[in-house]
Every structure is written in structure tokens, then in C-alpha cells.
Ligand binder design. Structure first.
Ligand SMILES: C[N+](C)(C)CCCC[C@H](N)C(=O)O
Ligand SMILES: O=C(O)CCC(=O)C(=O)O
Ligand SMILES: [Fe+2]
Length: 410
């Protein structure tokens, strides 16, 4: 019991660290700006320079500095694109003169070109600054954490008319990987309109906006009344759809609740308990497949990738593909790692299946849910009667872009 308590405390500390990192990054930025007059010191090294400016020393390579010159001839600041041909830089380049003046680092290169970088820009863009910061702050959750957070749903009227409501919605979505809009008219058109407030719709073999019932119209269990264990969709794409939108337009019958599980919460637990199992799942590429052959639909899709994907520079998770239905033949894992891979898969599955990690919701007409399909698994209970679900997929990049345009950290 005590170990479990300790374990939970540890886990919470770890889970919240993403959010704390952002806060510290923000305060770092503020302090940099507030002390713009503060001087910096530098030291020239063989292949770059070390800059001391309000915090830990940062290193900048000379080729990197020349490549990142923001002068008009090197960089077009109205299109935010590089003009300079990187291949034209002498790889052994060193500045003739290095100075720090008025909050800027100024380098004069052989031949006379001058590059000027503001110190705060350098601090924000340094490797040292990046390494510490989280790419996307998140709050990992189990059912209690999510329920206790009392996240409000957005409301149709305000959502459709007020950008600030969309911004708040996106902030919740980014943190938790799920977000709801309530009071939406129970039609495909209104569902489409809500989605388009957020971003572009991604057309797939299932259509642009889809509306399905248990009519077995497609070669997939989703089109039946059977229960579906937790999974992510389109695991058979090399780039799985980023977001899944669901709106239950009608259900006259029993059962049919939806299950949501935060895959990152479960995977983080595995990382804490057995780092080697986490590593194995993050390193072994496996294949998922969608094969459909009917009069109306011919598809054969295959996607490769590890079950857990982490950014290589900071090990932050960004994508889980977990779909035991669509997982294909494993022949990409060397013999001696096959058994360990199954052990690791079992451990993750055990965490994903813990009842305390399950959030059950009954989707009713009017309630639209957005699910981060790179993070949160969904499933459903078997059901009786007519049940009609509509929705669509979105591309992750498009949604993150919308969020950034609202000024959110994504
Ligand atoms: C959502 N919609 C019913 C349109 C498609 C369902 C796709 C199901 C597939 N097994 C997968 O997991 O990707
Ligand atoms: O019927 C449901 O609630 C969801 C089924 C499903 O997993 C899907 O359509 O992707
Ligand atoms: Fe699904």
C-alpha cells in the first residue's frame, strides 16, 4: 500500500513536470526581456562561442550562427524564410570581430558581412533552452484526475461566435487530449461547422464527414454492434489521423457508452516501472494494416512505426499507436526481442486496462467530442438498437497550427 502511495506521488510529480517546465520557460523569457540592458559575456571557442546571458551558459556554433543570420540578405522576414544558401557557407567559418552591444551579439564575418542577433532571441533559440523545455505541456490523467479537474465543455453558441471560446477549448484539448462542445444541433452539418471552427477536415477512405451505424457497410468491426476495446484509429497510416471527432446523432437502445483512456498516463507508468520495457516499445517498429475488399471498397493500407514515439532529444512522448485489431504480422523485431516485446506490450496493456484509468462517457445528441488520436485511446461498449454516429478526422499539424495562431504553446 505504501509503495503504491509513493509510486502515485512520484508519478504525479513526473506527470505535472511538463506543465511546470513551461512555466519556468515563460518566467525565463520574462526575465530575459526585463533585463535587456544586462550585459552578456562571451568566450570564443574553436568552432563557436559560449555566451553567458542570464542563466546557464549557451553554446553557438559558427556555421550555425552564419546560417541563422537574420539580416535582409540572409533572411526574408516578411515570409519568414531563409534566403541564404546554406551550402555556400565555408564550414570552417569564424567571425573576424565579435562584440556585444545594446542587447545584441554582433559578428563581422570574413568578407565584411555583419550578423546581428538579439540576446533574447539567442536565449530563446539555444539548444540549452530547448532541451529543458517541453514541446507540448500536458496533464496526464486517470479517471479521477480528469473528473476532479472539472473541465467545462464549450457551448455551441459561444463556440461558433467567439474566438476566445475556441482558444479556451483548444487549451483544454492540448492539456488533456480530449475536449467537448455541448448543445450542438444533432446534424452532420452542425458537426462539420463545429469542427471547422478548429481546423481543416482530413478526408480518408471513410469519407470527409462520415456518419455510420451498425450496418456492416464497411469491412470493419466499428460498423457492428460489438464492443470495441481501447484503441487508436488509423494506426495503419504512416501518419495516423491526429484528431477524431465524434457526435452521436441518435441511439435508441441500450449500452454503447464510449471509453476513453489516456495512453500517455499508462505509458508514463510503464516508463517509471520498467524503463527497458518502455524503450523496447519505443524502439521496435511494428506494422498495422487495413485490408478491405468489397464491391464498393478496395483498400490495402499499411503503416510502420513503434507503438510509442518519443522526441529523440528530450524523450517526450508525442504519439502512441495502439490497436490490437489492426496490428499486423510482426516480422520487424529480431528473434531475441520478440518475447520481451510481448512482455512490454502486456505491461502497457495492463496499465491501459486498469479500471481507475478508464473514463466512460455516454455520448448523447448535442455533445461533440474531440479526441487526440495520438494520445487518448477510445473504445465502446456493445449496444442494441439503432445507434448513429457522425464525425471526422483532422490532421494534427493543422490543429496545432490553429492553437499556435491563438498564441497557445503547442
Ligand atoms: C471512424 N470510422 C467509423 C469512420 C472509421 C473506423 C476505422 C476503424 C479502423 N479499425 C481503425 O481503427 O482505424
Ligand atoms: O462506435 C463508437 O463509439 C466508436 C467506434 C470506433 O472505434 C470508431 O469508429 O473509430
Ligand atoms: Fe475507433
Amino acid at each position: 500500500m505504501l509503495t503504491k502511495l509513493l509510486h502515485n506521488a512520484l508519478k504525479q510529480a513526473q506527470l505535472l513536470s511538463g506543465v511546470r517546465n513551461t512555466l519556468s520557460l515563460w518566467s525565463h523569457k520574462t526575465s530575459v526581456r526585463a533585463c535587456a540592458a544586462r550585459s552578456a559575456t562571451f568566450q570564443s571557442l574553436e568552432d563557436g562561442l559560449e555566451l553567458n546571458y542570464g542563466g546557464a551558459p549557451m553554446r553557438f556554433n559558427y556555421v550555425w550562427l552564419r546560417d541563422h543570420c537574420r539580416s535582409a540578405s540572409s533572411y526574408n522576414s516578411s515570409t519568414n524564410q531563409r534566403n541564404l544558401d546554406t551550402a555556400s557557407i565555408d564550414l570552417t567559418i569564424r567571425p573576424d570581430i565579435t562584440t556585444v552591444e545594446d542587447g545584441h551579439l554582433i559578428l563581422t564575418w570574413p568578407g565584411g558581412h555583419v550578423s546581428k542577433y538579439s540576446l533574447s532571441w539567442l536565449a530563446e533559440n539555444s539548444y540549452e533552452g530547448k532541451k529543458q523545455s517541453t514541446i507540448q505541456p500536458r496533464i496526464f490523467w486517470n479517471s479521477d484526475i480528469y473528473k476532479n479537474a472539472n473541465i467545462p465543455s464549450a457551448k455551441w453558441d459561444t463556440f461558433m461566435s467567439c474566438d476566445d471560446e475556441v482558444k479556451k477549448f483548444l487549451q483544454n484539448y492540448l492539456l488533456y487530449g480530449i475536449a467537448f462542445v455541448d448543445d450542438v444541433p444533432a446534424t452532420v452539418e452542425a458537426t462539420e461547422a463545429v469542427t471547422q471552427r478548429v481546423s481543416l477536415i482530413r478526408e480518408t477512405t471513410y469519407g470527409r464527414m462520415w456518419c455510420f451505424t451498425s450496418d456492416l457497410s464497411r469491412g470493419d468491426t466499428a460498423y457492428s454492434q460489438l464492443g470495441l476495446d481501447r484503441h487508436t484509429d488509423t494506426s495503419y497510416f504512416h501518419e495516423p489521423c491526429g484528431i477524431q471527432v465524434f457526435h452521436c446523432l441518435k441511439h435508441e437502445g441500450t449500452g454503447g457508452r464510449n471509453l476513453l483512456v489516456d495512453g500517455f498516463y499508462a505509458a508514463e507508468t510503464v516508463r517509471q516501472q520498467s524503463p527497458e520495457n518502455f524503450e523496447l516499445l519505443a524502439r521496435s517498429p511494428i506494422r498495422h494494416e487495413y485490408i478491405e475488399s468489397s464491391d464498393n471498397h478496395q483498400n490495402h493500407m499499411t503503416g510502420f512505426g513503434p507503438l510509442i514515439n518519443v522526441y529523440p532529444w528530450n524523450n517526450e512522448m508525442y504519439l502512441i499507436r495502439y490497436n490490437n485489431y489492426d496490428r499486423s504480422v510482426i516480422n520487424t523485431i529480431p528473434h531475441d526481442l520478440v518475447q520481451p516485446w510481448y512482455v512490454a506490450h502486456r505491461e502497457l496493456t495492463k496499465e491501459l486496462r486498469r479500471p481507475e484509468n478508464e473514463l466512460w462517457v455516454k455520448l448523447t445528441p448535442g455533445k461533440v467530442i474531440f479526441i487526440d488520436n495520438w494520445r487518448v485511446m477510445h473504445g465502446r461498449e456493445s449496444f442494441t438498437g439503432l445507434r448513429q454516429l457522425c464525425g471526422c478526422y483532422l490532421t494534427r499539424d493543422d490543429v496545432l497550427s490553429s492553437a499556435r495562431c491563438f498564441g497557445l504553446h503547442a
